[in-house]
Design a protein around this ligand. Structure first.
Ligand code: CDP
Length: 216
């Protein structure tokens, strides 16, 4: 039987994957899961509880208690939240605790768009459409700088670039579910693209995958 039409959009920080994923969700009328937000929430809530982010069991306790309705806090969108997320995301117990929520999303019969680091490799390897969105670190740092400025968080470009490089390294080298493209993911490098160009390119890739899925 044909799997649901799931689109996975993985890639590093500020690569444009969130924007691409939201655009695809609108075009295809699909619900979208921002899986990074789950890790951000666990990181921030663990910090607020005064826990050590390197303590896997403590962070997993927070992850097990996380509910979809807890995810609206704007504090989860800050620079510090991204860093906290990446630290708790190395723990297998945290990843396991967040797995069911992600699987439930991936198995929606009507399909979905899943945004993250391991959606195409671990959460939904059977997804008919997989994208891996990247961009050069300097371009990503500039995008994130603008985004944080717009949110009222003034941070220097150099610090953001350093954050991004450190996070790429941590996310890419962890043993459990490292950030990497699935074997059948299509790479989309958005370094030289505007948001509209990236969204168009993503739609063309997904159209081709959808045609194959419909014929299957
Ligand atoms: O928006 P940005 O790409 O900066 O971050 P995000 O997608 O919200 O993810 C924040 C952090 O959560 C990442 O750096 C990863 O460490 C972790 N994450 C993960 O491990 N697995 C996912 N599926 C999504 C995020």
């Amino acid at each position: 039987m044909r799997p649901p039409f799931v689109i996975t959009v993985d890639g590093p920080a500020a690569s444009g994957k969130g924007t691409v994923a939201a655009g695809l969700a609108a075009v295809y009328g699909l619900a979208m899961l921002d899986s990074g937000l789950l890790y951000r929430a666990v990181g921030v809530l663990a910090e607020r509880a005064g826990l050590d982010l390197d303590n896997a069991e403590a962070a997993a306790g927070i992850a097990r208690r996380l509910r979809a309705e807890d995810l609206g806090d704007p504090a989860f969108r800050t620079r510090g939240a991204g860093e906290a997320a990446s630290r708790v995301a190395v723990h297998p117990a945290v990843r396991l605790a967040l797995r069911d929520l992600q699987l439930a999303f991936a198995r929606r019969p009507e399909g979905a768009v899943l945004d993250g680091r391991d959606q195409g490799t671990v959460i939904c390897p059977e997804a008919p459409a997989k994208l891996y969105v990247t961009a050069a670190p300097g371009v990503r740092a500039e995008r994130r700088w603008k985004q944080l400025q717009a949110q009222g968080e003034a941070v220097g470009y150099d610090e953001i670039l350093a954050d991004i490089v450190k996070r790429d390294e941590r996310d890419g080298s962890r043993a459990d579910s490292p950030m990497r493209p699935a074997a059948d993911a299509v790479l989309l490098d958005t370094s030289q693209m505007t948001i509209e160009q990236a969204a168009d390119a993503a739609r063309r890739i997904v159209e081709a995958a959808r045609a194959r899925w419909e014929a299957s």
